[in-house]
Design a binder for this molecule. Structure first.
Ligand SMILES: *[C@@H]1O[C@H](CO)[C@@H](O)[C@H](O)[C@H]1NC(C)=O
Ligand SMILES: *[C@@H]1O[C@H](CO)[C@@H](O)[C@H](O)[C@H]1NC(C)=O
Ligand SMILES: *[C@@H]1O[C@H](CO)[C@@H](O)[C@H](O)[C@H]1NC(C)=O
Length: 971
């Protein structure tokens, strides 16, 4: 949503140019976070030791493999030299589905006596329970007969034909993952493994190794956190992981940083995962933000690996790229168990699938939520909302959702409406519903005290507690508030009741099925809290300290909302919920979309949004977007235009702005700006069939919805760094949004030797590009242009008619665009369902394959169900065949009948007009070519196209890439 109290300070300080001092003042860096400081120091001392003595070793006699070859267990001894004794740390090694190797190290603290007797003394081991899609994790059988090889290590094979191997060395402890004979990933390669076992303050000095420092082990020196008693003393877990032969690593959102992660050595700010309300984040920063996904993907030609560090405490990750060929990483968490999953496969998609097999794939969103969302802090009242609603129609701009920020609620008491401004919310919802539109309102986890719901939360004991076990009270939007402890199973019933449809409940009313939820401020944001969040010593259900659960808290909150919304209707009428969350964790993709929080109306924020969204996509959280236009500040008309042209490519496409900005709905800039914005938003709607198909694929396999350039071009190392362009799923649409002020041209990277047809703004032209090897092509761009190419080999299905909302497009016909590849083939996919219910889970959908070659275009579907069979009235109304004008005759064949089709040649392309082929049937279009109809060289150049501007482009292409220009056609 918006700025918090700290954000206001930030805005003020930014104006004074004090950004850094503000950050240093409010947020920890590695040197001021006890556990990070200690682990970095430990790593440095280990590295510099002339004769390193390993402290951790597996006792070979302790190692057991169950007779069925499923679970490997044993003990790691941590040797304490000064006391000449060892602490036993039980470990477990298991193989999970889809090449996931899980290694867990525990500590029995049942006899520990903490400084606060209320605290659960166990190490927190429930992060996976929240993060994984199900409680039941399927453990796979490992592949070797003889897992324990000798006294020094054990190993087992896994994967198809035993392609991969995991090896656990006993002393020093190292877990090594091989593909064939080649080492790919090594845990504890540099001996940075550190597991701070329980000890009391008095005896602490004897427990330290020569490599350790005792900085902030029992007390906190960071600013106002000094009262934190740190009841369990030092309890961090940490290890290094080396990615052998990998120079590119991605993931670990959320940061406003590059796609390919940066080296952090020598900086006081490694990548930090700690969910905070970071108002007006700074691009190019490793500062933590609102959400955390401790998942990292490393790719190189032939092999990709994943690392999922299952821990919900404050975490820092150092990345060291100063090695010749490798990338080494150092993961440090404040507490919890050490629980890590290493996965391996041929390709990045394999790793997305492995990770998603544990945490779940993105929910298939209701179709409306892929449309355009109009938000502002605030649309003031019903009149304002309905006026905006009708202005969209007046300007013929489609949209699906209007949003209400905090001011709709009476004194910011969620689940109420300001009575004078929203006297008839149900009437307003009904009026929106007439044109297929929806409303989203904000509901946060803080509930005002002295308000009946706040009081109920206290009475029921379902609030987050302070360290003395009293309901914790802090400051947030409504003033003094309590926080719902959504980790408490008792809170669900309360939450369900607030979201239920009923006669009595005046908030949801009886018919509000087009009302959806925005869960903001869920880090949780606490205005008077240290680092704007909860004290770490606060207690959650189970007497777990907030310290242990911080990063997963937001997930537990939006999941509670999801469960409540699911229950709104009887199972037969159930609609897929839509929830936007600000805070998120690994697994949030199952139930919520996210946005990148409070950005600013400046070009650098527009640019930063693309790598951020790509990063979220490869980390299993594809339903992501940034506030279009920038939350703070007033964008220039040019910036606003470019932002919409970029924003239609965010999987979550919403415009939003803070209170003191000027109104900026798409008609506000006026004139040609408004007509560009209209075309831009309409393009999003035209391509909704491709968005929905891409989301469906992502929901089945975990592939990102916006596909990074390198995914399909693993042998082209240069493509691994491309972060300003992407493909829309597998559609073949390649987009390079313009993010530079005053740009009159842009360079698009062609990662392969395929033909790329010009598809600027989704319109077909007479141009195409093809390079002899990967390189850049230059394209001129006017303000109206969205640089897009369609990759040869693709068939795109679009719905080109303007309608007021996505729901009203349901019966519209399709236009197919066929782009043959250099060998004369193309294919595409179209997935369709009712867009809102769960019936697709029982097979009620249409899944169509399109294929084409030089002689035919065919549609095939084996969907035989009530839904698919009901779509006979939906036709293909147009087929555009790119780069072909040699067709002399076209016939259609469907249901055993054959008939002639009308077509025309337009420039370089052939257009089949009005074929009226049903979308749900198998059909074939036969193309007969008459070689004699090839136009003469002169005819190929309509006048004026081969302008001097274009000749300059050709020159730039040659100059800007070493690639040989094999083919560049201008017809
Ligand atoms: C967490 O640890 C406790 C105590 O050892 C154990 O009883 C429980 O089953 C563990 N829970 C999970 C989810 O592993
Ligand atoms: C559609 O294509 C996919 C992928 O090539 C294939 O697995 C599937 O069988 C095809 N379906 C039909 C009906 O041809
Ligand atoms: C369409 O073709 C697919 C694949 O060849 C086949 O499975 C399906 O039954 C066909 N549908 C009809 C209606 O003939």
């Amino acid at each position: 949503m918006k700025t918090s109290f700290s954000g206001i300070i930030l805005v003020f300080l930014i104006q004074l140019g004090f950004v850094l001092s503000y950050k240093e003042y409010l947020f920890k860096t590695c040197s001021s976070a006890g556990f990070c400081h200690r682990n970095r120091e430990f790593a440095r001392n280990v590295k510099e030791a002339s004769h390193f003595v390993p402290q951790y070793a597996i006792d070979p006699k302790s190692v057991e493999v169950d007779p069925e070859l499923y679970v490997i267990k044993g003990q790691i001894s941590k040797h304490l030299a000064q006391l000449d004794k060892s602490v036993q740390l039980p470990f477990q090694l298991t193989l999970l589905d889809k090449n996931n190797v899980r290694f867990q190290i525990f500590e029995d603290r049942s006899t520990a006596e903490p400084k606060n007797a209320l605290v659960n003394t166990a190490r927190y081991n429930e992060t996976a329970k929240w993060s994984f899609k199900s409680d039941e994790v399927t453990i796979e059988k490992v592949q070797d007969e003889k897992v324990i090889d000798d006294e020094n290590h054990l190993s087992f094979r896994f994967g198809k034909d035993g392609k991969y191997r995991a090896e656990l060395n006993y002393s020093p402890v190292k877990l090594v993952i091989y593909a064939g004979d080649e080492v790919q990933l090594v845990m504890n390669d540099h001996n940075f493994l550190n597991y701070e076992h329980f000890r009391t303050e008095n005896e602490n000095s004897k427990h330290l190794s020569p490599y350790e420092t005792d900085f902030d082990m029992f007390s906190e020196s960071f600013k106002d956190a000094r009262h934190d008693k740190i009841p369990m003393g030092p309890e961090s877990v940490s290890s290094d992981f080396t990615f052998k032969g990998f120079k590119h690593v991605y993931g670990i959102p959320e940061h406003a940083d590059s796609f390919n992660l940066k080296d952090t050595t020598g900086s006081d700010l490694p990548y930090r995962l700690f969910n905070i309300d970071l108002a007006e984040y700074v691009p190019n920063s490793r500062m933590p933000m609102y959400g955390s996904i401790p998942f990292l993907l490393a790719s190189k030609p032939g092999v990709s690996v994943g690392l999922f560090w299952i821990n919900s405490a404050d975490t820092f990750i150092d990345i060291d790229k100063k090695h010749e060929e490798d990338t080494s990483t150092h993961w440090m968490s404040e507490n919890g168990v050490l629980d890590v999953v290493l996965s391996i496969g041929d390709r990045p998609e394999d790793i997305n699938e492995s990770y998603g097999s544990l945490t779940g794939y993105v929910q298939l969103p209701p179709l409306f939520s892929l449309g355009y969302h109009q938000c502002r802090w605030n649309y003031n009242d019903e009149k304002d909302v309905l006026n905006i609603n009708s202005l969209f129609d007046e300007h013929q701009i489609p949209y699906d959702v209007i949003w209400l920020d905090v001011e709709y609620a009476d004194s910011r008491k969620y689940f109420t409406w300001q009575p004078d401004k929203f006297p008839d919310p149900e009437g307003m919802l009904k009026e929106l519903d007439v044109t297929g539109r929806n409303l989203v309102v904000i509901i946060d986890p803080h509930i005002k005290t002295g308000f009946v719901l706040g009081d109920t939360i206290r009475e029921k004991g379902i609030a987050m507690k302070d360290s003395e076990n009293n309901s914790f009270v802090g400051q947030c939007w409504p003033g003094e508030s309590v926080w719902l402890d959504s980790m408490n199973p008792g809170s669900q019933e309360f939450w369900d009741k607030q979201h239920a449809l009923s006669d009595e409940n005046t908030f949801m009313g009886r018919f509000s099925t087009n009302l959806y939820m925005w869960n903001d401020m869920s880090e949780p944001s606490i205005f008077d809290g240290i680092e704007t969040t909860s004290p770490r010593s606060n207690l959650h259900y189970g007497n777990w300290e907030h310290r242990s659960v911080h990063n997963v808290f937001g997930l537990t909150f939006h999941e509670a909302t999801y469960k409540a919304l699911i229950k709104r209707l009887q199972s037969t009428e159930r609609q897929r919920p839509f929830i936007l969350t600000r805070s998120f964790y690994a697994g949030s993709q199952r139930t919520a979309a996210m946005w990148t929080g409070d950005n600013t109306a400046k070009w650098e924020y527009l640019k930063a949004s693309i790598p951020m969204v790509l990063t979220l996509g490869v980390s299993g959280m594809p339903f992501a977007g940034a506030d279009v236009g920038g939350f703070f500040g007033d964008p220039s008309k040019e910036l606003l235009t470019r932002w919409y042209q970029t924003g239609i490519w965010y999987p979550f496409f919403r415009a939003h702005a803070t209170m003191d900005t000027k109104r900026r709905e798409p008609w506000v800039p006026g004139g040609s700006y408004t007509s560009i914005l209209r075309d831009t938003i309409r393009l999003r709607y035209a391509l909704l069939p491709m968005w929905y198909t891409s989301f469906f694929e992502s929901s089945q396999t975990g592939v990102p919805v916006l596909k990074p350039t390198f995914y399909d071009n693993l042998n082209d190392i240069e493509s691994y760094d491309i972060e300003d362009q992407f493909y829309l799923g597998n559609s073949g649409i390649l987009v390079k949004p313009v993010t530079d002020e005053g740009a009159s041209s842009t360079e698009i990277y062609l990662p392969d030797e395929q033909i790329y047809y010009d598809f600027t703004g989704g319109r077909i032209t007479n141009r195409s590009y093809q390079l002899g090897e990967p390189g850049f092509v230059t394209k001129d761009v006017s303000l109206a242009d969205i640089p897009m190419l369609l990759k040869g080999g693709s068939i795109v299905a679009a719905k080109n008619r303007y309608r007021r909302s996505s729901r009203l497009m349901a019966n519209d016909p399709y236009t197919l665009t066929v782009a043959l590849d250099k060998d004369g083939h193309a294919s595409g996919r179209l997935y369709v369902d009712d867009g809102s219910s769960f019936n697709y889970e029982s097979g009620e959908y249409l899944d169509v394959n399109f294929t084409a070659d030089k002689t035919s275009i065919a549609s095939t579907s084996d969907s035989n169900n009530a839904f698919a069979n009901s779509l006979g009235h939906i036709k293909v109304e147009k087929i555009q065949i790119l780069g072909r004008r040699d067709v002399s005759d076209i016939k259609a064949e469907c249901d055993g009948e054959t008939w002639n089709l009308n077509f025309k040649t337009e420039g370089a392309n052939t257009i089949i007009t009005n074929p009226m082929l049903p979308v749900n049937k198998n059909w074939t279009v036969h193309l007969q070519s008459d070689g004699n109809k090839e136009p003469a060289e002169e005819e190929q150049r309509p006048e004026g196209v081969l302008s001097s501007g274009l000749l300059v482009s050709v020159g730039v292409i040659l100059a800007s890439s070493a690639a040989a220009l094999k083919y560049f056609s201008v017809l």
